[in-house]
Design a protein around this ligand. Structure first.
Ligand SMILES: C[S@@+](CC[C@H](N)C(=O)[O-])C[C@H]1O[C@@H](n2cnc3c(N)ncnc32)[C@H](O)[C@@H]1O
Length: 352
């Protein structure tokens, strides 16, 4: 499966100007009916120019983010490397006065949903993953029903062997024709949400041992998720194309594939850290602020991933503990790795 666009995206995509978008109110939590699903939904819910909003003496909120949303629990997608557990800490580190939010490695969108930006572009190189996000916005009933059908068929297959055979059949269908419905089921039922591809581009993760969440739980999570992503335009794009749209006032959060361990995950074959750092440098020079999550320490902090970072590109950093590594557990064939802890470095192009 080819997951990169071949042309130079910078030749086609101008800096994104949120003030040029028509204004409409944020949508409410809502699973659309079949009739509604057929209508095209607006891609972006924009905002007026963002300003820090005072909430009390000396206190500010994210002016670039939607306010007063009910809390959400649990992600729509199970995705290796997701930031669900630490999304609140990451968001707390981000500035509050941005006019446009960009997330070029959106994955399952943990930070995106936690932040709930008013105007955003979120992209990923994996097209069926992006299709899941757009269906959550536009066609959630269809997505939930497709998930329900697969879970029911899996349960009806009875034995462990039957479930594995059903999983392999869905995986084969996905590999023949990559699509959102099958990917959502595979991500929710495969081993640890590890979306791993063979050199040929086939998803090859085995069936997990856990019981997948029920369709009703998925529907509830989507309902809580929808208002949080109402202002987001989801796009299939290489990270460089998205980063190159960040102008003054933009905030970018990058969560790329781990440089030392995720070479065969998602569409990570197309990823290059040097290319990312160069794009961040250009975005910073244009006046955007960029936060980058990257491998920090592994094995109880004993191993420090050594990266050659351009001098003065990042002006501050913090360590975020992300817990035990699901990927290492997968690589070690299910052993419990008691001392396997991972901490991400959060590098910031601005001083704190
Ligand atoms: C570590 S995951 C992001 C996880 C996300 N923060 C979350 O909470 O789920 C990295 C993502 O980068 C995507 N990716 C890999 N190579 C890419 C590229 N060249 N351009 C854009 N996205 C890419 C993968 O498909 C994957 O979803």
């Amino acid at each position: 499966m080819s997951q990169r666009s071949g042309s130079d995206p910078r030749a086609q995509l101008p800096l994104f100007d949120p003030t040029q978008l028509p204004v409409e109110p944020a949508r409410r939590p809502h699973l659309p009916s079949r009739a509604e699903e057929r209508e095209p939904s607006p891609a972006v819910t924009p905002t007026a120019q963002a300003k820090p909003a005072a909430t009390g003496p000396g206190e500010t909120v994210h002016a670039g983010a939607l306010q007063g949303l009910p809390p959400h629990r649990g992600g729509v997608l199970k995705w290796i490397g997701n930031k669900h557990r630490v999304a609140a800490s990451i968001v707390a580190t981000l500035p509050k006065d941005f006019s446009l939010y960009l997330e070029p490695f959106v994955g399952s969108g943990a930070v995106l949903a936690e932040l709930a930006p008013r105007v955003a572009i979120a992209s990923d190189v994996l097209a069926p993953l992006v299709a899941i996000h757009t269906q959550v916005q536009r066609d959630a009933t269809g997505l939930v029903e497709a998930y329900r059908e697969r879970v029911v068929a899996s349960e009806a297959s009875g034995s462990r062997e039957g479930k594995e055979a059903h999983f392999r059949a869905v995986r084969a269908r996905y590999n023949a024709t990559p699509n959102a419905d099958d990917l959502l089921f595979l991500a929710r039922t495969c081993y640890g949400g590890v979306i791993r591809f063979s050199a040929r581009g086939d998803m090859n993760t085995p069936c997990g041992v856990h019981k997948p969440i029920r369709a009703e739980t998925l529907a509830a999570r989507i309902a809580a998720w929808q208002p949080r992503v109402a202002g987001v335009r989801f796009e299939v794009a290489d990270f460089e194309a998205t980063l190159d749209r960040a102008g003054p006032g933009a905030l970018v959060y990058c969560d790329p594939p781990y440089s030392d361990s995720e070479g065969t995950l998602y569409g990570a074959q197309a990823f290059s850290l040097q290319r990312l750092l160069a794009a961040i440098e250009r975005a910073k020079a244009r006046g955007a602020r960029v936060a980058l999550s990257i491998d920090g320490t592994k094995r109880s902090g004993r191993k420090i991933i050594d990266l050659a970072l351009p001098e003065r590109l990042f002006e501050s950093e913090s360590l975020v503990d992300v817990g035990r590594s699901m990927l290492r557990r997968f690589q070690m064939e299910g052993q419990t790795l008691e001392d396997e802890r991972v901490a991400d470095r959060l590098l910031l192009t601005w001083p704190t």
